[in-house]
Ligand binder design. Structure first.
Ligand SMILES: *Cc1c(COP(=O)(O)O)cnc(C)c1O
Ligand code: SF4
Length: 454
Protein backbone atom coordinates (compact mmCIF):
# COMPACT_ATOMS: atom_id res chain seq x y z
CA UNK A 1 0.00 0.00 0.00
CA UNK A 2 2.58 2.50 1.18
CA UNK A 3 5.06 1.72 -1.59
CA UNK A 4 2.37 2.29 -4.21
CA UNK A 5 1.74 5.77 -2.88
CA UNK A 6 5.46 6.55 -3.05
CA UNK A 7 5.62 5.19 -6.61
CA UNK A 8 2.84 7.50 -7.73
CA UNK A 9 4.70 10.50 -6.32
CA UNK A 10 7.86 9.44 -8.14
CA UNK A 11 5.97 9.70 -11.43
CA UNK A 12 5.90 13.47 -11.14
CA UNK A 13 8.75 14.70 -13.27
CA UNK A 14 9.01 18.44 -12.76
CA UNK A 15 7.80 20.13 -15.95
CA UNK A 16 9.88 23.11 -16.91
CA UNK A 17 7.77 26.07 -15.90
CA UNK A 18 7.43 27.42 -19.44
CA UNK A 19 6.99 24.21 -21.40
CA UNK A 20 3.27 24.87 -21.80
CA UNK A 21 4.03 27.89 -24.00
CA UNK A 22 6.21 25.94 -26.45
CA UNK A 23 3.49 25.30 -29.05
CA UNK A 24 4.44 23.48 -32.22
CA UNK A 25 4.62 25.76 -35.23
CA UNK A 26 6.68 23.70 -37.66
CA UNK A 27 5.27 21.98 -40.77
CA UNK A 28 4.81 18.81 -38.71
CA UNK A 29 2.52 17.13 -41.27
CA UNK A 30 5.36 16.84 -43.80
CA UNK A 31 6.64 13.84 -41.82
CA UNK A 32 3.68 11.96 -43.36
CA UNK A 33 4.77 10.90 -46.88
CA UNK A 34 1.34 11.68 -48.37
CA UNK A 35 1.50 15.29 -47.08
CA UNK A 36 5.17 15.91 -47.96
CA UNK A 37 4.66 18.66 -50.50
CA UNK A 38 1.69 20.35 -48.80
CA UNK A 39 2.29 23.99 -47.86
CA UNK A 40 0.95 25.50 -44.62
CA UNK A 41 -1.51 27.73 -46.51
CA UNK A 42 -3.15 24.64 -47.97
CA UNK A 43 -2.86 22.31 -44.98
CA UNK A 44 -4.38 24.85 -42.62
CA UNK A 45 -7.74 25.06 -44.37
CA UNK A 46 -10.86 23.16 -43.29
CA UNK A 47 -11.45 22.08 -46.90
CA UNK A 48 -8.05 20.33 -47.14
CA UNK A 49 -8.66 18.70 -43.77
CA UNK A 50 -12.13 17.46 -44.76
CA UNK A 51 -10.99 16.20 -48.18
CA UNK A 52 -8.10 14.23 -46.72
CA UNK A 53 -9.79 12.77 -43.64
CA UNK A 54 -8.94 9.08 -43.30
CA UNK A 55 -11.79 6.61 -42.84
CA UNK A 56 -10.19 3.27 -43.75
CA UNK A 57 -6.90 1.39 -43.58
CA UNK A 58 -6.32 1.68 -47.34
CA UNK A 59 -6.22 5.49 -47.09
CA UNK A 60 -3.98 5.23 -44.02
CA UNK A 61 -1.56 3.06 -46.00
CA UNK A 62 -1.59 5.47 -48.95
CA UNK A 63 -0.60 8.35 -46.69
CA UNK A 64 1.89 6.71 -44.34
CA UNK A 65 3.44 4.32 -46.87
CA UNK A 66 6.50 2.65 -45.35
CA UNK A 67 7.14 4.88 -42.34
CA UNK A 68 5.42 2.19 -40.26
CA UNK A 69 5.96 -1.57 -40.71
CA UNK A 70 3.31 -3.60 -42.58
CA UNK A 71 2.44 -5.32 -39.28
CA UNK A 72 1.07 -2.01 -37.99
CA UNK A 73 -1.60 -1.94 -40.71
CA UNK A 74 -2.73 -5.49 -39.99
CA UNK A 75 -2.78 -4.65 -36.28
CA UNK A 76 -5.16 -1.73 -37.00
CA UNK A 77 -7.31 -3.88 -39.31
CA UNK A 78 -7.67 -6.50 -36.57
CA UNK A 79 -8.23 -3.81 -33.95
CA UNK A 80 -11.11 -2.31 -35.92
CA UNK A 81 -12.90 -5.67 -35.94
CA UNK A 82 -13.38 -5.42 -32.17
CA UNK A 83 -13.85 -1.66 -31.99
CA UNK A 84 -17.20 -0.03 -31.15
CA UNK A 85 -16.29 3.07 -33.20
CA UNK A 86 -15.69 3.45 -36.93
CA UNK A 87 -12.35 4.88 -38.13
CA UNK A 88 -12.17 8.61 -38.82
CA UNK A 89 -9.09 10.79 -38.25
CA UNK A 90 -8.14 14.24 -39.56
CA UNK A 91 -4.88 15.02 -41.40
CA UNK A 92 -4.04 17.44 -38.58
CA UNK A 93 -4.10 14.64 -36.00
CA UNK A 94 -2.30 12.22 -38.32
CA UNK A 95 0.46 14.79 -38.70
CA UNK A 96 0.80 15.22 -34.93
CA UNK A 97 1.36 11.51 -34.28
CA UNK A 98 4.98 10.50 -33.73
CA UNK A 99 5.21 7.77 -36.38
CA UNK A 100 8.64 6.70 -35.12
CA UNK A 101 6.82 5.29 -32.08
CA UNK A 102 3.16 4.86 -33.01
CA UNK A 103 2.50 2.30 -30.28
CA UNK A 104 3.36 4.79 -27.53
CA UNK A 105 1.81 7.85 -29.14
CA UNK A 106 -1.09 9.40 -27.17
CA UNK A 107 -2.94 10.60 -30.28
CA UNK A 108 -2.62 7.28 -32.11
CA UNK A 109 -3.88 5.57 -28.94
CA UNK A 110 -7.10 7.59 -28.99
CA UNK A 111 -8.00 7.24 -32.67
CA UNK A 112 -6.46 4.09 -34.14
CA UNK A 113 -7.25 0.83 -32.35
CA UNK A 114 -4.57 -1.89 -32.50
CA UNK A 115 -5.47 -5.51 -31.73
CA UNK A 116 -2.15 -6.06 -29.96
CA UNK A 117 -3.13 -3.62 -27.19
CA UNK A 118 -6.78 -4.60 -26.80
CA UNK A 119 -7.71 -6.39 -23.57
CA UNK A 120 -10.81 -8.27 -22.43
CA UNK A 121 -13.70 -6.18 -21.13
CA UNK A 122 -14.61 -6.06 -17.48
CA UNK A 123 -17.70 -8.29 -17.14
CA UNK A 124 -19.82 -5.35 -15.93
CA UNK A 125 -19.31 -3.05 -18.98
CA UNK A 126 -22.36 -2.02 -21.03
CA UNK A 127 -23.07 -0.21 -24.27
CA UNK A 128 -24.83 3.07 -23.40
CA UNK A 129 -23.60 2.56 -19.84
CA UNK A 130 -24.95 6.00 -18.88
CA UNK A 131 -28.52 5.02 -19.86
CA UNK A 132 -28.86 8.04 -22.13
CA UNK A 133 -31.55 6.34 -24.21
CA UNK A 134 -33.52 5.33 -21.11
CA UNK A 135 -33.60 8.93 -19.85
CA UNK A 136 -34.82 10.25 -23.25
CA UNK A 137 -38.34 11.67 -23.40
CA UNK A 138 -37.86 12.18 -27.17
CA UNK A 139 -35.27 10.67 -29.50
CA UNK A 140 -31.99 12.57 -29.17
CA UNK A 141 -32.83 14.44 -25.96
CA UNK A 142 -31.64 13.21 -22.56
CA UNK A 143 -33.30 14.88 -19.57
CA UNK A 144 -31.67 13.56 -16.43
CA UNK A 145 -30.93 16.59 -14.28
CA UNK A 146 -33.89 18.83 -13.47
CA UNK A 147 -32.67 22.14 -14.94
CA UNK A 148 -30.50 20.97 -17.83
CA UNK A 149 -30.78 18.60 -20.77
CA UNK A 150 -28.59 17.10 -23.44
CA UNK A 151 -29.74 17.65 -27.03
CA UNK A 152 -28.23 15.42 -29.73
CA UNK A 153 -29.10 17.03 -33.10
CA UNK A 154 -26.85 14.71 -35.12
CA UNK A 155 -24.74 11.56 -34.91
CA UNK A 156 -21.59 12.45 -36.84
CA UNK A 157 -18.29 14.04 -35.82
CA UNK A 158 -15.21 15.31 -37.69
CA UNK A 159 -13.29 12.38 -36.14
CA UNK A 160 -14.29 9.28 -34.21
CA UNK A 161 -12.71 8.71 -30.81
CA UNK A 162 -12.18 5.12 -29.74
CA UNK A 163 -13.46 5.87 -26.25
CA UNK A 164 -16.70 7.63 -27.21
CA UNK A 165 -19.33 7.13 -24.51
CA UNK A 166 -22.00 7.43 -27.17
CA UNK A 167 -20.69 4.49 -29.20
CA UNK A 168 -24.30 3.24 -29.23
CA UNK A 169 -25.17 6.00 -31.73
CA UNK A 170 -22.17 7.93 -33.07
CA UNK A 171 -20.52 7.21 -36.42
CA UNK A 172 -21.10 4.42 -38.90
CA UNK A 173 -21.96 0.86 -37.88
CA UNK A 174 -19.02 -1.36 -36.97
CA UNK A 175 -18.70 -5.13 -36.86
CA UNK A 176 -19.37 -4.84 -33.14
CA UNK A 177 -22.15 -2.23 -32.95
CA UNK A 178 -25.20 -1.45 -35.05
CA UNK A 179 -25.93 2.18 -34.16
CA UNK A 180 -29.11 3.96 -33.12
CA UNK A 181 -29.37 6.70 -35.75
CA UNK A 182 -29.69 10.39 -34.92
CA UNK A 183 -30.06 12.03 -38.30
CA UNK A 184 -29.86 15.84 -38.45
CA UNK A 185 -33.50 16.52 -39.40
CA UNK A 186 -35.35 19.70 -38.46
CA UNK A 187 -38.55 17.72 -37.97
CA UNK A 188 -36.90 15.57 -35.28
CA UNK A 189 -35.36 18.66 -33.69
CA UNK A 190 -38.82 20.27 -33.48
CA UNK A 191 -39.96 17.42 -31.23
CA UNK A 192 -37.02 18.12 -28.91
CA UNK A 193 -37.73 21.88 -28.99
CA UNK A 194 -41.40 21.29 -28.16
CA UNK A 195 -40.39 19.18 -25.17
CA UNK A 196 -37.85 21.78 -23.97
CA UNK A 197 -40.46 24.54 -24.25
CA UNK A 198 -42.97 22.47 -22.32
CA UNK A 199 -40.69 22.05 -19.30
CA UNK A 200 -40.38 25.33 -17.38
CA UNK A 201 -37.69 23.88 -15.09
CA UNK A 202 -35.27 23.51 -18.03
CA UNK A 203 -32.82 26.43 -18.21
CA UNK A 204 -29.67 24.93 -19.69
CA UNK A 205 -29.23 22.98 -22.94
CA UNK A 206 -26.09 21.15 -24.04
CA UNK A 207 -26.04 20.90 -27.85
CA UNK A 208 -23.86 17.87 -28.45
CA UNK A 209 -24.07 14.87 -30.69
CA UNK A 210 -22.22 13.98 -32.56
CA UNK A 211 -20.44 17.24 -32.87
CA UNK A 212 -21.68 20.80 -33.46
CA UNK A 213 -18.77 21.19 -35.92
CA UNK A 214 -20.73 19.02 -38.35
CA UNK A 215 -23.83 21.21 -38.19
CA UNK A 216 -24.23 23.59 -41.10
CA UNK A 217 -23.80 27.29 -40.32
CA UNK A 218 -27.54 27.91 -40.79
CA UNK A 219 -28.35 25.07 -38.40
CA UNK A 220 -25.99 26.46 -35.75
CA UNK A 221 -27.98 29.65 -36.00
CA UNK A 222 -31.41 28.00 -36.21
CA UNK A 223 -30.86 25.85 -33.12
CA UNK A 224 -29.25 28.70 -31.17
CA UNK A 225 -31.98 31.23 -31.97
CA UNK A 226 -34.78 28.75 -31.37
CA UNK A 227 -33.44 27.88 -27.90
CA UNK A 228 -32.48 31.42 -26.86
CA UNK A 229 -35.93 32.70 -27.76
CA UNK A 230 -37.55 30.31 -25.28
CA UNK A 231 -38.25 32.26 -22.09
CA UNK A 232 -37.21 29.36 -19.83
CA UNK A 233 -33.79 28.87 -21.46
CA UNK A 234 -30.97 30.86 -19.82
CA UNK A 235 -27.85 28.99 -20.96
CA UNK A 236 -26.77 26.99 -23.97
CA UNK A 237 -23.49 25.29 -24.83
CA UNK A 238 -22.31 24.02 -28.18
CA UNK A 239 -20.20 20.91 -27.68
CA UNK A 240 -17.50 20.28 -30.24
CA UNK A 241 -14.25 18.40 -30.37
CA UNK A 242 -13.41 20.48 -33.43
CA UNK A 243 -10.97 22.87 -31.79
CA UNK A 244 -8.84 19.89 -30.84
CA UNK A 245 -8.97 17.86 -34.03
CA UNK A 246 -9.54 20.42 -36.77
CA UNK A 247 -8.83 23.98 -35.52
CA UNK A 248 -8.47 25.04 -39.15
CA UNK A 249 -12.26 25.30 -39.47
CA UNK A 250 -12.30 28.26 -37.07
CA UNK A 251 -9.75 30.00 -39.30
CA UNK A 252 -11.24 29.34 -42.74
CA UNK A 253 -14.93 28.41 -42.40
CA UNK A 254 -16.10 32.01 -41.98
CA UNK A 255 -19.86 31.35 -42.37
CA UNK A 256 -19.76 28.78 -39.54
CA UNK A 257 -17.80 31.00 -37.14
CA UNK A 258 -20.01 33.98 -38.02
CA UNK A 259 -23.16 31.95 -37.30
CA UNK A 260 -21.76 30.95 -33.89
CA UNK A 261 -20.80 34.57 -33.21
CA UNK A 262 -24.31 35.76 -34.06
CA UNK A 263 -25.82 33.32 -31.56
CA UNK A 264 -23.32 34.46 -28.89
CA UNK A 265 -24.26 38.09 -29.64
CA UNK A 266 -27.98 37.29 -29.49
CA UNK A 267 -27.34 35.67 -26.12
CA UNK A 268 -25.62 38.82 -24.92
CA UNK A 269 -28.56 40.96 -26.09
CA UNK A 270 -31.00 38.69 -24.29
CA UNK A 271 -28.73 38.49 -21.22
CA UNK A 272 -28.27 34.77 -21.70
CA UNK A 273 -25.13 32.66 -21.65
CA UNK A 274 -23.79 31.00 -24.83
CA UNK A 275 -20.49 29.11 -24.64
CA UNK A 276 -18.51 26.40 -26.42
CA UNK A 277 -17.46 23.17 -24.71
CA UNK A 278 -14.57 21.31 -26.26
CA UNK A 279 -12.51 18.24 -25.61
CA UNK A 280 -8.69 18.00 -25.42
CA UNK A 281 -6.92 15.04 -23.83
CA UNK A 282 -3.18 15.60 -24.36
CA UNK A 283 -0.87 18.64 -24.53
CA UNK A 284 0.39 17.53 -27.99
CA UNK A 285 -3.08 18.35 -29.36
CA UNK A 286 -2.50 22.07 -28.71
CA UNK A 287 -0.40 23.80 -31.39
CA UNK A 288 0.16 27.28 -32.79
CA UNK A 289 -2.88 26.63 -35.02
CA UNK A 290 -5.02 26.01 -31.91
CA UNK A 291 -3.81 29.28 -30.46
CA UNK A 292 -4.62 31.14 -33.65
CA UNK A 293 -8.14 29.67 -33.63
CA UNK A 294 -8.60 30.49 -29.95
CA UNK A 295 -7.28 34.03 -30.46
CA UNK A 296 -10.06 34.54 -33.01
CA UNK A 297 -12.74 33.17 -30.67
CA UNK A 298 -11.35 35.30 -27.83
CA UNK A 299 -11.61 38.42 -30.02
CA UNK A 300 -15.25 37.53 -30.55
CA UNK A 301 -15.80 37.17 -26.83
CA UNK A 302 -16.57 33.44 -26.98
CA UNK A 303 -15.92 31.44 -23.81
CA UNK A 304 -14.51 27.96 -24.35
CA UNK A 305 -14.34 25.22 -21.70
CA UNK A 306 -12.70 21.82 -21.94
CA UNK A 307 -13.85 18.35 -20.89
CA UNK A 308 -11.08 15.75 -20.83
CA UNK A 309 -11.32 11.98 -20.64
CA UNK A 310 -8.76 10.28 -18.41
CA UNK A 311 -7.14 7.49 -20.41
CA UNK A 312 -4.42 4.98 -19.68
CA UNK A 313 -1.38 5.59 -21.88
CA UNK A 314 -2.68 9.02 -22.92
CA UNK A 315 -2.90 11.30 -19.91
CA UNK A 316 -2.74 9.12 -16.79
CA UNK A 317 0.49 10.67 -15.55
CA UNK A 318 0.45 13.72 -13.27
CA UNK A 319 3.01 15.63 -15.38
CA UNK A 320 0.98 15.17 -18.57
CA UNK A 321 -2.23 16.35 -16.93
CA UNK A 322 -0.41 19.32 -15.38
CA UNK A 323 0.99 20.33 -18.75
CA UNK A 324 -2.43 19.92 -20.35
CA UNK A 325 -4.22 22.23 -17.90
CA UNK A 326 -1.55 24.90 -18.17
CA UNK A 327 -1.44 24.74 -21.94
CA UNK A 328 -5.25 24.90 -22.19
CA UNK A 329 -5.27 27.88 -19.83
CA UNK A 330 -2.53 29.55 -21.89
CA UNK A 331 -4.71 29.52 -25.02
CA UNK A 332 -7.79 30.70 -23.03
CA UNK A 333 -9.58 27.36 -22.73
CA UNK A 334 -10.91 26.70 -19.23
CA UNK A 335 -10.37 23.13 -18.03
CA UNK A 336 -13.81 22.15 -16.70
CA UNK A 337 -13.97 18.40 -16.18
CA UNK A 338 -11.73 15.37 -16.25
CA UNK A 339 -13.99 12.36 -16.70
CA UNK A 340 -13.04 8.93 -15.54
CA UNK A 341 -13.42 6.68 -18.54
CA UNK A 342 -16.97 5.46 -18.95
CA UNK A 343 -17.72 1.77 -18.56
CA UNK A 344 -18.20 1.12 -22.28
CA UNK A 345 -17.04 -2.06 -24.05
CA UNK A 346 -14.17 -2.45 -26.51
CA UNK A 347 -11.75 0.07 -25.01
CA UNK A 348 -10.78 -1.53 -21.73
CA UNK A 349 -7.10 -0.82 -22.41
CA UNK A 350 -7.89 2.90 -21.94
CA UNK A 351 -9.55 2.80 -18.52
CA UNK A 352 -7.74 3.61 -15.30
CA UNK A 353 -8.54 2.77 -11.69
CA UNK A 354 -10.34 5.28 -9.50
CA UNK A 355 -7.28 5.34 -7.28
CA UNK A 356 -4.92 6.28 -10.13
CA UNK A 357 -7.17 9.16 -11.19
CA UNK A 358 -7.48 10.49 -7.66
CA UNK A 359 -3.67 10.54 -7.35
CA UNK A 360 -3.46 12.63 -10.53
CA UNK A 361 -6.09 15.03 -9.22
CA UNK A 362 -3.90 15.78 -6.21
CA UNK A 363 -1.11 16.90 -8.52
CA UNK A 364 -3.37 19.06 -10.67
CA UNK A 365 -5.16 20.92 -7.87
CA UNK A 366 -3.02 23.81 -6.75
CA UNK A 367 -0.95 23.79 -9.92
CA UNK A 368 -2.76 26.70 -11.59
CA UNK A 369 -5.71 29.04 -10.99
CA UNK A 370 -8.63 27.42 -9.22
CA UNK A 371 -11.01 28.37 -12.03
CA UNK A 372 -8.74 26.54 -14.45
CA UNK A 373 -8.59 23.44 -12.27
CA UNK A 374 -10.87 20.71 -13.60
CA UNK A 375 -13.15 18.65 -11.39
CA UNK A 376 -12.45 14.94 -11.66
CA UNK A 377 -15.81 13.22 -12.14
CA UNK A 378 -17.28 9.78 -12.63
CA UNK A 379 -20.38 9.72 -14.83
CA UNK A 380 -22.09 6.83 -13.12
CA UNK A 381 -23.32 3.75 -14.91
CA UNK A 382 -27.06 3.48 -14.96
CA UNK A 383 -27.86 7.18 -15.11
CA UNK A 384 -26.91 8.54 -11.68
CA UNK A 385 -25.13 11.40 -13.42
CA UNK A 386 -21.73 12.95 -12.76
CA UNK A 387 -20.23 12.60 -9.33
CA UNK A 388 -17.08 14.15 -7.86
CA UNK A 389 -14.68 11.19 -7.92
CA UNK A 390 -13.74 11.84 -4.29
CA UNK A 391 -17.34 11.55 -3.13
CA UNK A 392 -17.64 7.76 -3.27
CA UNK A 393 -19.58 6.17 -0.43
CA UNK A 394 -17.43 3.06 -0.60
CA UNK A 395 -14.26 1.98 -2.39
CA UNK A 396 -12.34 -1.25 -2.10
CA UNK A 397 -9.12 -1.26 -4.09
CA UNK A 398 -8.81 -5.06 -3.76
CA UNK A 399 -12.07 -5.82 -5.58
CA UNK A 400 -11.88 -2.56 -7.55
CA UNK A 401 -15.48 -1.68 -6.72
CA UNK A 402 -16.49 1.89 -5.89
CA UNK A 403 -20.04 2.92 -5.07
CA UNK A 404 -21.55 6.38 -5.48
CA UNK A 405 -24.85 7.89 -4.44
CA UNK A 406 -26.59 10.71 -6.27
CA UNK A 407 -29.19 12.29 -4.01
CA UNK A 408 -30.07 15.16 -6.37
CA UNK A 409 -30.60 12.91 -9.41
CA UNK A 410 -31.77 9.51 -8.13
CA UNK A 411 -32.33 9.73 -4.37
CA UNK A 412 -31.77 6.47 -2.55
CA UNK A 413 -30.08 4.73 -5.50
CA UNK A 414 -26.49 3.47 -5.52
CA UNK A 415 -24.19 3.36 -8.54
CA UNK A 416 -21.09 1.19 -8.82
CA UNK A 417 -17.88 1.94 -10.75
CA UNK A 418 -15.40 -0.84 -11.49
CA UNK A 419 -11.62 -0.54 -11.76
CA UNK A 420 -10.16 -2.34 -14.79
CA UNK A 421 -9.27 -5.94 -14.02
CA UNK A 422 -5.62 -5.46 -14.96
CA UNK A 423 -5.19 -3.15 -11.95
CA UNK A 424 -6.26 -5.98 -9.59
CA UNK A 425 -4.36 -8.98 -8.24
CA UNK A 426 -4.24 -12.17 -10.33
CA UNK A 427 -6.38 -13.91 -7.76
CA UNK A 428 -9.00 -11.16 -7.85
CA UNK A 429 -9.04 -11.16 -11.68
CA UNK A 430 -9.79 -14.86 -11.47
CA UNK A 431 -12.65 -14.23 -9.07
CA UNK A 432 -14.27 -11.76 -11.47
CA UNK A 433 -14.46 -14.52 -14.08
CA UNK A 434 -17.11 -16.28 -12.02
CA UNK A 435 -20.54 -14.61 -12.39
CA UNK A 436 -21.57 -15.98 -9.01
CA UNK A 437 -18.49 -14.56 -7.23
CA UNK A 438 -18.89 -11.23 -9.04
CA UNK A 439 -22.51 -10.94 -7.87
CA UNK A 440 -21.39 -11.62 -4.32
CA UNK A 441 -18.67 -8.94 -4.41
CA UNK A 442 -21.03 -6.37 -5.89
CA UNK A 443 -23.77 -7.17 -3.36
CA UNK A 444 -21.28 -6.81 -0.51
CA UNK A 445 -20.04 -3.46 -1.81
CA UNK A 446 -23.60 -2.15 -2.19
CA UNK A 447 -24.50 -3.30 1.32
CA UNK A 448 -21.44 -1.56 2.77
CA UNK A 449 -22.30 1.65 0.87
CA UNK A 450 -25.90 1.47 2.08
CA UNK A 451 -24.59 1.43 5.66
CA UNK A 452 -22.58 4.54 4.82
CA UNK A 453 -25.41 6.65 3.38
CA UNK A 454 -27.96 5.69 6.02
C1 LIG B 1 -23.14 16.00 -18.64
C2 LIG B 1 -24.56 16.17 -18.84
C3 LIG B 1 -25.17 17.42 -18.73
C4 LIG B 1 -24.39 18.67 -18.35
O1 LIG B 1 -23.84 18.54 -17.07
P1 LIG B 1 -22.84 19.60 -16.45
O2 LIG B 1 -22.35 18.95 -15.20
O3 LIG B 1 -23.65 20.84 -16.15
O4 LIG B 1 -21.77 19.89 -17.43
C5 LIG B 1 -26.53 17.48 -18.93
N1 LIG B 1 -27.24 16.38 -19.24
C6 LIG B 1 -26.69 15.15 -19.35
C7 LIG B 1 -27.53 13.99 -19.65
C8 LIG B 1 -25.32 15.02 -19.17
O5 LIG B 1 -24.74 13.81 -19.31
S1 SF4 C 1 -16.06 13.80 -30.88
FE1 SF4 C 1 -17.24 13.35 -29.01
S2 SF4 C 1 -19.17 12.44 -29.73
FE2 SF4 C 1 -17.69 12.38 -31.44
S3 SF4 C 1 -16.69 10.38 -31.33
FE3 SF4 C 1 -15.41 11.79 -30.17
S4 SF4 C 1 -16.13 11.62 -28.03
FE4 SF4 C 1 -17.75 10.74 -29.37
Amino acid sequence: MESQIIDAAALVTPVSSLEHRALRQDDFWTAVPGFRGVAAEEFNTHTFQARNTVTNVRQLRDLLQNIVPETFYTDVEQGLKRAPMALRISPYLLGLINWQQPYQDPIRTQFLPVASQQVADHPELRLDSLHERKDSPVLGLTHRYSDKALFLPLDSCPVYCRFCTRSYAIGGDTEMVEKSKLTPRIQRWEEAFAYIESRPELEDIVISGGDSYNLKAEHIQLIGERLLNMPNIRRIRYATKGLCVLPQKILTDTPWVDALTRVVELGRELHKDVVVHTHFNHPNEITAVTKEAMDLLTERGITVRCQTVLQHGVNDQPAVMQLLVRRLSYVNIHPYYVYFHDMVPGVEDLRTSLHAGLEIEKHVRGYTAGFNTPSFVVDTMGGGGKRDAHSYEYYDRTTGIAVFSSPSVKPGALFPYFDPLRTLSAEMQQRWQSPCESRKMIEQALAAAREQVR
